[in-house]
Design a protein around this ligand. Structure first.
Ligand SMILES: Nc1ncnc2c1ncn2[C@@H]1O[C@H](COP(=O)(O)OP(=O)(O)OP(=O)(O)O)[C@@H](O)[C@H]1O
Length: 720
């Protein structure tokens, strides 16, 4: 992951706020009754204890429910906190703050947003100064990127945990104005006892989402006050101000990111055109709508942005290209038009395109009858993807994330299964980052990549001079390095049997004995392991220890192959957006092929293909020729069947040979595509397996496994 060092380098520091107990203790067991709050709360404040009891009473239907009625969104959030994130309302943990380096990186990634928001936050601050509010801008993961606080109140906000770099996601801080706005995807006020955690009940927070021109939430603008005794309804005024500022920031972002396009602004009232409340559409040279804002969706009464994107402006308004061109040359001039579907009258103005600006545009095949082009703005690549980002909108992945969320801070070992490149390691990192151990090391060990002779010393460490060739200062070993954090054992199925026995002992006794030492060292281990192999089959074959399997498999998560993801298009678009560094178009055929291809190497292969295509394409347009040959020549199952049906010889071949799936003449197009892709890469790399594995974006072990599976013989002389 660029910019973040895992292993012994910590990602976050934890700042103890208010002197409460540390975060590592939470979530070890289910929060089931009010006794938890009663027995654990060390705050000595009956109001806080009562709050915690009330929250648990309501969620669990036991004990004392809160005295006042709780609104549905708050109730839902409390339920998420208890059931999904396993938070305890009475327990207080140190505020989780990303370290300076990562904060700088995050701020750098959101430079444009922070820059635009700063100006608006200054204006809003002037409106509410003196009322004790802090203004906060967070990213979509709830990390505070920027703040505007009355200097005399800084200490108070710091002790409440409202500081730059702090993580205010719902998963970390429970129900709050920032995290719950992200979780609900809409503006929300969380007033005093609406908060989940007892320690936050002095806060009142109003958060509003900020979306990019594609409609994806990218940030939250929040106004928070500490210790105010105002009523909940008095927060409505603050919420309205925050909402207005968030819309203004969105509008500025839209106008800036869509600079390479002509921007058509419109409203039914001429005096509103070119102001905050007008609607905006970005148009390509041929009059195709490539982006639309929420106001356009509302005024034109369409179900969403996708209903507008890809259509022509002439499908909406009775205006010709000549009039648009003339309007663009006079900038602020207004022109009356009619909505061709509903007959309503609007006034439009045009902002000409600024050709020096950069933007990405993706064409895609016509969908649901109205979209034939998608506009995607380039996005910064997150340093580490969160669980929610990895899940996207795939139902299976979302289920995985919910399940992982339940045990994220427990000792329950997690086994992640899934095909190569599907994101097992990325998922494990995201689990680590979502946990209270986020500030401790994440140590990844690929058991398949370390030579068998070295695994033992690398994993368990060794004392100085333990064996010939050992470093004279000895080595701590990965297990010890990961103590207190997370040990990720990738390709656990490749671990030799004798080391499986040693690993089992370490897991059971929570102590490690380095080579050459007779003094065991205590460790605090949290293991996440992964394998693409079926470990149960390995147990049956006697190559994997059953007791180790049960020790590692407190919870099994199956990651979805890219071709099976329900949100494949979103993943592809996201990948293009994050990999692109300059304006680019993808033509419809190429995009359709990206959608149809079975992606045997999953997300890793997708990333490599996109990266290469973006690097080699001419004139900033990715065409079919820029895709690797296995994609260019790939025929989807129906297309392949149609081709076979139209070839009498081929029909005979298929009829005569019911070929097993792994032979070169398989009747499984997925395997055929994988075999062809591997053969092509192997030949391109002149049978250099290290190069081939790198090109395909898989480990050498995975490559050898696949070669064997596809009966592609590699003579010893060819092995590198
Ligand atoms: N949902 C996602 N969106 C974007 N990129 C992703 C996603 N999931 C994984 N990736 C990226 O895809 C690449 C492959 O992911 P990862 O290494 O986690 O896969 P893996 O399943 O562990 O692979 P292997 O089985 O080969 O070890 C990484 O660069 C990762 O950051």
């Amino acid at each position: 992951m660029p910019g973040l060092a895992f292993g012994t380098v910590s990602l976050c520091r934890c700042v103890i706020v208010g002197g409460y107990r540390g975060c590592g203790e939470e979530n070890n067991e289910p929060i089931t009754d009010t006794v938890t709050a009663n027995t654990r709360c060390s705050m000595g404040d009956t109001a806080l204890v009562q709050h915690a009891r009330g929250v648990l009473g309501l969620v669990n239907g036991l004990g004392a429910a809160p005295r006042t009625a709780i609104e549905e969104p708050i109730k839902n959030s409390w339920q998420r906190c208890v059931n999904d994130y396993r938070l305890d309302p009475a327990r207080s943990h140190p505020t989780c703050v990303v370290d300076t380096r990562n904060l700088k990186e995050l701020q750098g990634q959101h430079e444009e947003l922070v820059d635009i928001a700063r100006a608006e936050m200054d204006t809003l601050y002037d409106q509410i100064s003196g009322s004790g509010y802090a203004l906060l801008l967070t990213d979509v993961n709830g990390i505070i990127l920027s703040e505007k606080i009355d200097p005399t109140l800084t200490t108070m906000f710091r002790s409440a945990g409202l500081i730059i770099g702090a993580n205010w996601s719902e998963q970390t801080e429970g129900t709050n104005g920032i995290g719950t706005c992200i979780a609900e995807g809409r503006s929300i006020t969380i007033h005093r006892a609406d908060h989940f955690r007892a320690r936050h009940i002095g806060l009142s927070c109003s958060g509003a989402p900020i979306r990019d021109p594609n409609g994806s939430m990218i940030a939250v603008l929040d106004a928070s006050v500490v210790g105010s005794h105002d009523t909940r309804s008095s927060q409505m005024h603050t919420m309205a101000l925050v909402n207005t500022s968030a819309r203004l920031i969105e509008k500025c972002l839209f106008l800036r990111r869509c600079q390479p396009y002509r921007i058509l602004r419109f409203h039914s009232r001429p005096e509103f055109v070119n102001l905050l409340h007008d609607a905006a559409l970005a148009l390509s040279d041929d009059g195709t709508i490539v982006a639309a804002d929420d106001m356009a969706v509302a005024l034109l009464q369409v179900p969403g942005r996708t209903a507008l994107i890809g259509s022509r402006v002439s499908d909406l308004f009775d205006v010709g290209e000549a009039e648009l061109a003339q309007l663009a040359s006079t900038r602020q001039a207004l022109f009356p038009v009619r909505d061709v579907r509903m007959g309503r009258r609007y006034f439009i103005s045009m902002v000409p395109a600024q050709r020096s600006a950069q933007l990405m545009e993706v064409h895609r095949p016509r969908q649901r009858g109205f979209v034939d082009r998608v506009h995607v703005t380039p996005q910064p690549r997150p340093a580490v993807m969160s669980l929610t980002e990895l899940a996207g909108e795939d139902p299976e992945m979302l289920r995985n994330v919910r399940a992982a969320g339940r045990v994220v801070d427990s000792q329950v070992p997690m086994l992640i299964q899934g095909p190569t490149g599907a994101g097992k390691e990325a998922f494990a990192k995201a689990v680590h980052l979502a946990s209270a151990r986020a500030s401790k090391p994440f140590v990844a060990v690929n058991c398949g990549a370390i030579p068998e002779t070295l695994i033992e010393s690398e994993l368990f460490g060794y004392r100085p001079g333990a064996f010939t060739g050992a470093r004279k200062e000895g080595a701590r070993g990965y297990i010890l390095q990961s103590s207190g954090g997370t040990l990720f054992l990738d390709e656990i199925g490749d671990m030799p049997l004798n080391l499986q026995t040693r690993l089992l002992r370490v897991l059971e006794e929570q102590e490690v004995l380095p080579l050459g030492s007779d003094t065991p060292i205590k460790v605090e281990l949290r293991v996440i392991s992964a394998s693409h192999r079926n470990l149960r089959d390995m147990i049956r074959a006697g190559t994997f220890r059953e007791d180790l399997y049960y020790r590692l498999n407190g919870m099994t998560l199956e990651l979805t192959a890219l071709r099976e993801r329900g949100d494949r298009e979103r993943v592809i678009r996201q990948m293009i957006a994050t990999e692109s560094t300059q304006a680019v178009s993808i033509d419809g055929d190429a995009f359709a092929r990206l959608m149809a291809y079975p992606w045997p190497g999953n997300i890793r292969e997708l990333r490599n293909v996109i990266r290469t295509a973006l690097a080699i394409c001419e004139g900033s347009v990715v065409r079919m020729v820029d895709l690797p040959s296995e994609l260019r020549h790939y025929q989807s199952e129906p297309a392949a069947n149609a081709a076979i049906a139209s070839t009498p010889q081929a029909v005979a071949t298929v009829d005569m040979h019911s070929t097993p799936a792994t032979t070169p003449m398989s009747d499984n197009p997925l395997l055929d595509a994988e075999r062809a892709a591997i053969l092509h890469a192997v030949e391109q790399c002149r049978w250099n397996m290290t190069l081939t594995a790198r090109q395909l974006g898989m480990s050498r072990n995975t490559l050898y496994r696949k070669l064997k599976r596809h009966d592609i013989a590699v003579g010893d002389s060819r092995r590198d």
